[in-house]
Ligand binder design. Structure first.
Ligand SMILES: Cc1cc2nc3c(=O)[nH]c(=O)nc-3n(C[C@H](O)[C@H](O)[C@H](O)COP(=O)(O)O)c2cc1C
Length: 217
């Protein structure tokens, strides 16, 4: 049998077709360039273009990461939402710094966004919660994300109970549901090159100004 190392070496990577990108003709701040790249990915039907890896720091200083959905990008930053009582929520409360990493395979593009994370005010978090589909709201109302599941049958029972509550009270808000904003301090745009001269453009915030620099691949 072929060993794993050999099989992995045979898996193609960087298979995308990068669109034209001139790092010299880029905006002064990273936000509009990010939105351009994101919308390129959406328009070209990159699967789940708004999924990103959110990396946080645990209490013992070690990293943790998981995938979630980008909700919006505003002048304030990159927004995502989750339960404040989840593991990531607890990590962000203790150490409010994170990284978001996007990889749009068909475009050969990666973006890394680093910065401080702030919870939104309860009204904005509630608005985000109410825009979610019923099953997602019922699940969140159960309020158990990242807790240990002793009996898988509990999920059905608890979600059915919360769905019932939502049917009679559709305006219910899960108190822990939180919209977070990652206020970028550093954003790196990376685009693959067939000759391995990958393009890297890093923005860094020295408030209130952003600087830009190219990086070696
Ligand atoms: C494509 C995708 C999208 C997801 N979107 C979210 C999301 O928007 N919010 C969220 O809390 N979890 C989302 N999850 C689940 C998380 O990856 C994770 O399992 C969950 O938030 C618990 O993480 P934690 O234990 O680190 O808090 C998503 C997972 C995937 C694969």
């Amino acid at each position: 049998m072929t060993d794993l190392r050999t099989r992995l070496r045979a898996v193609p990577t960087l298979t995308g077709t990068p669109p034209p990108f001139d790092p010299v003709r880029t905006p002064e701040t990273p936000h509009p360039l990010f939105v351009d790249w994101l919308l390129d990915a959406v328009d070209r039907q990159v699967p789940e273009a708004c999924a990103a890896t959110l990396s946080t720091v645990r209490a013992d200083g070690r990293p943790n990461a998981r995938v979630l959905i980008l909700k919006d990008v505003t002048d304030d930053g990159w927004q995502f939402a989750s339960s404040a009582s989840s593991r990531k929520g607890e990590e962000l409360a203790a150490s409010p710094y994170a990284a978001l990493t996007f990889y749009w395979i068909p475009l050969g593009r990666q973006v890394r966004v680093l910065g401080r994370v702030e919870p939104a005010d309860p009204e904005d978090s509630a608005r985000d919660f109410l825009a979610r589909p019923m099953p997602a709201r019922a699940e969140t109302l159960a309020g158990r994300q990242s807790a240990v599941l002793d009996d898988p049958a509990d999920i059905g029972a608890v979600v059915a109970e919360q769905t019932e509550r939502l049917t009679t009270e559709p305006g219910l808000i899960a108190p822990n549901w939180t919209l977070y904003t990652l206020q970028a301090e550093e954003v790196e745009f990376w685009q693959a090159d067939p000759d391995r001269r990958h393009l890297r453009l890093r923005y860094r915030l020295d408030a209130p100004n952003w600087s830009k620099e190219r990086l070696w691949p």
